[in-house]
Ligand binder design. Structure first.
Ligand SMILES: NC(=O)c1ccc[n+]([C@@H]2O[C@H](COP(=O)([O-])OP(=O)(O)OC[C@H]3O[C@@H](n4cnc5c(N)ncnc54)[C@H](O)[C@@H]3O)[C@@H](O)[C@H]2O)c1
Length: 437
């Protein structure tokens, strides 16, 4: 068997020459280099080495024996080092052969994604803050890399548009993009939504999804932190970085609401929201509750409520009502069932319950790359993200927001370039006064 490094070099050359001649596309080239036992290396870069990034890297390594972690990037050096330590410890005696992030391939700072992606990798895990996702994705696809990108894909309309444009390039180059709407890879969810989509409860008349939970960590200011660092360390609570919790967190439920209606595009949304219980500068400018009503062609209304307030009951259920019955779906307290119109249970999921959805999504991703048919669910991920963004826009302004208004919005929340230092503290939006842009 040829030396894998030599073969990879050959693959790179064929990508370069093939692309120039229009004969070879990168995804196919990588796949053809993989032998049947999956022993060829797929080098990956991790961009954003926090909780999710660390998990994603471990899942990518577990998904395919040929995957090696090759380079890492984080804004903060200590996050990168603690992530690397966690990955190395988890990989145990496999770490020496598969966690190959030598010191010269550890990059920090706002621009660190570039050298990490340019370090000779085949695939990139993009798991930093949502604000930066479109930029990181564009660069990775320009450089012909397969991508795993966490949700949400952006925080504003221009970011979603950019992500969609890049996704088109990824498709044309036969590069993978898997967006981390992980419930789409959960066995119980897939079985239930397959039933809903195949008409088991009749025509869908109404949907209500919930994401009711407590608040996220607050990190009090340290004297050495600049304004920007303070906001970055408390990123969940700043709309320009996270998109607000309806976009950053509750987008999972909004995505499932969309799944329930066959991923149709809503016409418009009316969303109420506010900030009742957040206190202190660490809680930034995000709201703490939203209630959205999406309207679809034909009159269907889909409701979503989310809350991040301590001391209130939690819920993460999808309630789907059809002409023949209903479905109740909850991944936290596993519930996957349908009922008839008299509320008698007609079906419940009794298949495998031991597969971790995060692991499954990475297995599907790398299997598709090896097969030369890379997954690309970027458009669906972008649409679900835009649904969440349009609800936030509606709640902040107090206006009805159409799909087109959100998609064509010129509201750019993320500065073009960032340097540690002063950063204005963003205002909390006031419905009826904040302008729809
Ligand atoms: N699919 C899921 O179930 C799930 C679960 C948790 C988080 N997430 C998503 O994953 C993303 C990360 O969340 P997390 O919980 O890991 O947050 P985190 O704060 O633990 O980690 C994010 C890391 O990214 C780094 N980072 C931010 N911007 C960067 C940039 N421009 N370049 C390089 N590094 C950068 C941060 O310094 C931090 O170390 C978020 O979008 C979040 O919504 C998804």
């Amino acid at each position: 068997m040829p030396d894998p490094i030599t073969r990879r070099d050959f693959v790179r050359t064929s990508i370069a020459t093939g692309l120039a001649s229009g004969l070879v596309v990168p995804g196919l080239a990588v796949a053809r280099s993989a032998n049947a036992r999956g022993s060829d290396q797929i080098k990956i870069a991790l961009i954003g080495c926090g909780g999710r990034g660390t998990g994603a890297a471990i899942q990518a390594l577990a998904a395919d024996p040929g995957v090696v972690l090759w380079s890492m990037s984080d804004v903060f050096a200590e996050r990168l080092e603690s992530s690397l330590k966690g990955i190395t410890e988890t990989m145990g005696d496999q770490a020496a052969a598969r966690v190959l992030v030598t010191p010269e391939r550890r990059f920090t700072g706002f621009e660190s994604y570039k050298p990490a992606i340019d370090a000779g990798v085949d695939a990139v895990l993009i798991t930093g803050y949502p604000a930066f996702r479109p930029t990181h994705y564009r660069y990775a696809i320009e450089k012909n890399k397969h991508v795993f990108a966490e949700k949400p894909v952006a925080v504003d309309g221009p970011g979603v548009r950019s992500f969609i444009e890049t996704a088109k390039q990824a498709k044309a180059k036969n590069l993978a993009t898997l967006v981390g709407y992980c419930w789409r890879y959960h066995d119980g969810m897939v079985a239930t939504f397959d039933r809903i989509n195949s008409g088991a409860i009749g025509q869908i008349m109404s949907v209500h999804t919930t994401y009711h939970t407590g608040t996220l960590t607050k990190r009090p200011r340290k004297p050495e932190w600049s304004d920007l660092e303070f906001q970055m360390r408390n990123w969940w609570h700043f709309t320009w970085i996270s998109g607000d919790h309806i976009v950053e967190q509750a987008c999972h439920s909004i995505d499932r609401g969309s799944w329930a209606v066959g991923d149709r595009i809503p016409l418009r949304v009316n969303c109420l929201g506010g900030r009742a219980a957040r206190t202190g500068p660490e809680s930034g400018n995000v709201f703490d509750h939203f209630a959205a009503i999406y309207e679809y062609e034909g009159g269907l209304r889909s409701h979503h409520t989310c809350r991040q307030i301590d001391g209130c009951p939690a819920d993460n259920t999808d309630y789907v009502y059809g002409t023949k019955g209903s479905a109740t779906v909850n991944g936290w307290v596993p519930t996957f069932e349908t009922r008839d119109l008299e509320a008698r249970r007609t079906w419940q999921y009794d298949g495998p319950a031991d597969r971790d959805m995060y692991q499954t999504e990475h297995e599907e991703l790398f299997k598709s790359i090896r097969a030369g048919a890379p997954i690309n669910d970027a458009l669906r991920g972008a649409n679900s993200t835009l649904m969440a963004i349009m609800a936030r826009m509606s709640a902040y302004t107090g206006q009805t927001v159409s799909w087109e208004q959100a998609m064509n919005s010129t509201e750019l929340l993320v500065p073009d370039s960032l340097e540690w230092g002063p950063m204005p503290f963003p205002q909390v939006a006031i419905p009826g006064q904040s302008k729809l842009v």
